[in-house]
Ligand binder design. Structure first.
Ligand code: GLN
Length: 447
């Protein structure tokens, strides 16, 4: 704990943590010590973990890196976080992220961007940027983030760490601030696949507080990391031919595929006809869900309240205009538009239908193949300020991560070397729903 507190202190310029809990972490460490002596310590004893600012932890500030939740403290602890505590994890602080997890660079945070430790002029990725940099810069052993369309995998790729998103519904969302509820999933940022497996094993499983959570039994993922001798691996040809894909990332992906082939795995190119539709479908559906989920922030119940309101309507308007940043406002407007009576069928219903096609095709491929392998991102970490100016470019950069999110299948980004400038490259692996134990074993063998 002292080691990490020291690092956090020395690396404040990275802006990864919004708040640190030194006294509590020390007290938890002492308690864990005593349990270790007594032989009663839990599975995560001594693991120092940071929480993305979207996870409820009783009596701790919680604000999704948004001005609109200023001063809000959580009244309860979410299920996943409680399970970490029950296994004696030590929680060290709250991590910066994009506002309401909307973004891919951590630049939409009310608290400013997180800096990539490898080059502090570059972004961390997002939205779990603080969580990724915290692991990259050794500010904690592991971070718990959330992934709606790539938010643990993309920053993991930019920071050279492991980012893992389980199957939709594998981990209870009770206590996770909602962005797009049919996509949101808690995920992890770690140094090793083994740590990701251990954390999943602790957090996953049935929960009376989330009616959508899966009741599938939870295997001992961390004990099943032995890979099979031969897998069937598919890769989507068009992903590698995509304009805008960085040549070095393309080469690293091809190299990884060649290596797998040389190791005796079956590696085949597959067709996926919907590549052009996945980003639009994702943004129509997630903005629609977000516009509804964020309706609750009205200045009455949570956090910030505009001081100059004159009546109820002006309270709503002023609070939301002052409290939400531009990206969140843009998405609420877009989501409200696609849900409006005149456009509902043209956009929202259509996008639901396309999501179904994407899911069915992805599931079919993941029945034919054990895994799909693709890049995590089209580029390496870009400069702070570069893409944030161009909203559409930022959305399009989610091309490789949102397929797994639309389909609800598990996906992991593992480090796959660096480019000629020394910037990390991520390789992404997808598996069929609830095949985490195979995905993690395979990822562990190549990470
Ligand atoms: N970049 C994507 C978005 O802005 C993903 C965010 C996320 O997974 N939370 O929606």
């Amino acid at each position: 704990v002292e080691y990490y507190l020291d690092n956090i202190q020395q690396k404040q310029h990275l802006n990864a943590f919004l708040e640190v809990w030194p006294d509590e972490a020390r007290a938890q460490a002492d308690a864990v010590d005593a349990k270790l002596q007594a032989g009663t310590a839990g599975k995560l004893a001594g693991m120092v973990i940071g929480l993305k600012d979207v996870l409820a932890y009783k009596d701790h500030a919680l604000q999704s890196s948004s001005h609109i939740l200023d001063g809000f403290r959580s009244l309860f602890t979410g299920t996943a976080v409680q399970r970490l505590l029950d296994e004696d994890a030590i929680l060290i602080g709250r991590q910066n992220c994009d506002e309401f997890a909307m973004g891919a660079s951590n630049e939409t945070s009310y608290f400013g961007p997180v800096r990539n430790e490898l080059d502090t002029d570059r972004v961390s990725g997002g939205s779990s940027g603080g969580s990724a940099v915290a692991v990259q810069a050794d500010l904690c052993l592991a971070s718990i983030g959330s992934d709606t369309g790539g938010s643990v995998r993309q920053p993991a790729a930019f920071c050279g760490v492991v980012g893992f998103k389980p199957t939709y519904s594998r981990i209870s969302r009770y206590g996770l601030i909602a962005y797009a509820s049919s996509f949101d999933q808690i995920g992890t940022l770690t140094r090793s696949v083994e740590d990701a497996a251990l954390l999943l094993e602790v957090m996953a499983g049935a929960d009376n507080f989330d009616s959508t959570v899966s009741h599938h039994p939870v295997p001992a993922y961390s004990q099943q990391l032995e890979p099979a001798a031969q897998y069937r691996i598919g890769y989507i040809k068009d992903c590698l031919e995509r304009p805008g894909l960085n040549e070095e990332i393309k080469a690293a992906t091809e190299e990884a595929l060649d290596l797998l082939r040389s190791q005796g795995h079956v590696v085949e190119a597959v067709d996926f006809p919907y590549l052009d539709y996945i980003v639009p479908t994702y943004y129509i559906l997630t903005t629609a869900e977000a516009s509804s989920n964020l309706g609750r922030y009205d200045g009455v119940k949570f956090g910030y309240r505009a001081p100059d309101a004159t009546d109820l309507e002006s309270l709503y308007k002023k609070t939301r205009a002052q409290g939400f940043g531009p990206e969140v406002q843009r998405r609420i407007l877009l989501g409200t538009f696609v849900l409006s009576a005149d456009y509902y069928d043209a956009y929202y219903t259509k996008a639901q239908q396309v999501r179904r096609l994407i899911k069915e095709k992805t599931d079919e491929l993941l029945r034919q193949y054990d895994f799909l392998v693709l890049p995590t991102t089209p580029t390496t970490a870009f400069h702070i300020g570069d893409v944030n100016k161009d909203t559409l470019a930022m959305y399009l950069a989610d091309i490789f991560t949102v397929q797994a999110s639309l389909a609800g299948v598990p996906a992991i980004s593992v480090p796959a070397g660096t480019d000629s400038e020394g910037l990390p490259i991520g390789l992404q692996l997808l598996a069929g729903a609830f095949r985490e134990e195979h995905l993690l074993a395979f990822a562990n063998s190549i990470a």
